[in-house]
Design a protein around this ligand. Structure first.
Ligand SMILES: [Zn+2]
Length: 152
């Protein structure tokens, strides 16, 4: 599955497989071939900008093409995407780290939904905070004490 990260400074040009080409009301790249509509692109750009503005400083809209025009708004490792019901999903994805020997340690993915993008982000951050608090309790409950205190 190919996803084209759209560069609005390079909107109407040719020559690259994932560069969208405007022909009438179709705005689609050769690599996609889904006959994506210019109106859908315009709508994605408008909605991404609206959501980014609603979320505030640091949130960046990203428009992508993959058999249709899509958008997401990101800050750090949090991504907000629109749902089919008109609401939004906020997702925090904590990348796995590879330990010695190739074992991958994953901290996971947390998602929350709401009809309002700010509420969705607040919910997912609350879930993340709850997970961090649980991890801190696990850490504290299993901590090592100095050896001299364990004798007798
Ligand atoms: Zn397309």
């Amino acid at each position: 599955m190919n996803t084209f990260e759209h560069d609005s400074d390079n909107a109407v040009s040719t020559g690259h497989k994932w560069t969208p080409v405007l022909r009438g009301d179709i705005y689609c790249s050769p690599g996609c071939g889904g006959r994506c509509k210019k109106a859908d692109y315009d709508k994605a750009v408008e909605q991404a900008g609206f959501v980014a503005a609603a979320l505030g400083y640091g949130w960046k809209p990203h428009i992508s093409e993959n058999l249709g025009w899509h958008y997401e708004v990101t800050k750090g490792q949090c991504t907000v995407t629109p749902n089919r019901n008109g609401g939004f999903t906020a997702c925090v994805r904590v990348e796995g780290t590879e330990r010695e020997g190739g074992q991958v340690e994953s901290l996971g993915v947390i998602e929350a939904q709401d009809m309002e993008p700010r509420e969705a982000v607040q919910k997912v951050l609350a879930l993340l905070g709850g997970r961090i608090a649980r991890l801190q309790r696990v850490l504290a409950s299993s901590s090592l004490e100095p050896l001299e205190l364990q004798v007798q």
